[in-house]
Design a protein around this ligand. Structure first.
Ligand SMILES: [Zn+2]
Length: 345
């Protein structure tokens, strides 16, 4: 069997193990580059759906058909669990909750964000604009990106969380107990759910096999430590690496991620991410050794025009690695009028 054939076979096997435990992957379409998002149907009491897919008729249609394939309707869902604040994961939640009367569970710190979705995304956009200008992205690019972001807004939708979950608490279903663990980094609200008895982790975007989960620079959630220091930019990559470290220590035989196939060796994937970020930090250090540069100039050097079309994403990548170098004392920041530049220490 070919290597990709083997990988597909082991993914099938892992999904079959999950199915035996009553957890079914429902891959829902999204309009985003990431492709499909995984919702998970947990056949238990209450009947539970973890994540929903984006707010679109196409996603709703496919979700309905995927549920029907397991003998359920939207109206049967009793509990909706939201893993984090990205719209491809929770966009349909409000419609599903209304149609089914299901309870909606999410991390307590995420609840106000989801309830005030539109106001919070406005604040997110303003936060992003400030960061982009501060790090050398031209204002016309910032303006263009604002329009793109506004266009995507409708894929999410405000939803009221009726069951706020504390970090470390347990979500008790009839046949299983899920430990709620806050693992910020990819987003400030990433929450993973651990079934210790089956050593299975519902990881959403905290850990994905085929892509490294971009630690996107995001406005801190109100009430979290980062929010108390608005003068300091959040260290998304450092936070993420710390979260990965904690997951690495856990004994897990099966990770069910938010995109793509299950992971059966989480430590190998995590070590791979550690190597990737280490390598990228070294490369960036090389770029700022000859002369100070803005984060946008670094991104442009690394990724060419993608640093313009995906300006915020690539900026987040660079700043994350700069934070790593700054923390190690190998780089420093230089104020240059409106913008900030970085130089090797
Ligand atoms: Zn995400």
């Amino acid at each position: 069997m070919s290597r990709s054939g083997e990988a597909a076979a082991s993914a099938e096997q892992a999904l079959a193990i999950a199915s035996d435990a009553g957890i079914h992957r429902l891959a829902i379409p999204t309009p985003f580059q990431v492709g499909r998002v995984n919702a998970y149907l947990i056949e238990d009491e209450p009947l539970t759906l973890l994540d929903s897919g984006p707010n679109s008729a196409k996603a709703m249609d496919e979700l309905e058909r995927a549920l029907a394939a397991h003998g359920h309707r939207i109206e049967d869902i009793e509990l909706l669990v939201i893993t984090h604040q990205h719209m491809d994961h929770f966009g349909l939640a409000s419609i599903l909750a209304r149609r089914s009367g299901a309870e909606v569970a999410a991390l307590d710190a995420l609840a106000p964000y989801l309830a005030g979705y539109s106001a919070h995304t406005d604040l997110d956009d303003r936060f992003a604009e400030e960061i982009m200008l501060r790090h050398g992205i031209p204002s016309e690019v910032v303006t263009a990106l604002r329009a793109v972001s506004a266009g995507f807004r409708a894929w999410g939708s405000a939803v009221e969380v009726t069951r706020p979950l504390a970090d470390g608490s347990t979500l008790q279903l009839r046949d299983r107990e899920l430990t709620v663990l806050h693992r910020p980094g990819h987003s400030p609200s990433d929450t993973v759910f651990f079934d210790a008895a089956r050593s299975t982790l519902l990881a959403a975007d905290h850990l994905i096999a085929h892509i490294s989960s971009n630690p996107l620079l995001a406005r801190p959630l109100p009430g979290t430590p980062d929010a108390e220091h608005p003068e300091r930019r959040p260290r998304a990559l450092l936070t993420y690496l710390d979260s990965l470290e904690r997951t690495r220590e856990m004994d897990i035989s099966l990770v069910l991620p938010g995109h793509g196939d299950p992971i059966t060796d989480h430590r190998a994937v995590i070590d791979d991410r550690f190597r990737l970020h280490r390598g990228r930090a070294e490369k960036i250090l090389g770029l700022i050794s000859p002369e100070p540069r803005t984060a946008h100039e670094i991104a442009h050097e690394l990724w060419g025009n993608v640093a313009v079309t995906q300006a915020y994403l690539t900026l987040s990548e660079v700043l994350g690695h700069m934070d790593l170098l700054l923390q190690e004392g190998r780089a420093s920041e230089v104020e240059d009028g409106e913008v900030l530049r970085f130089t090797a220490a």
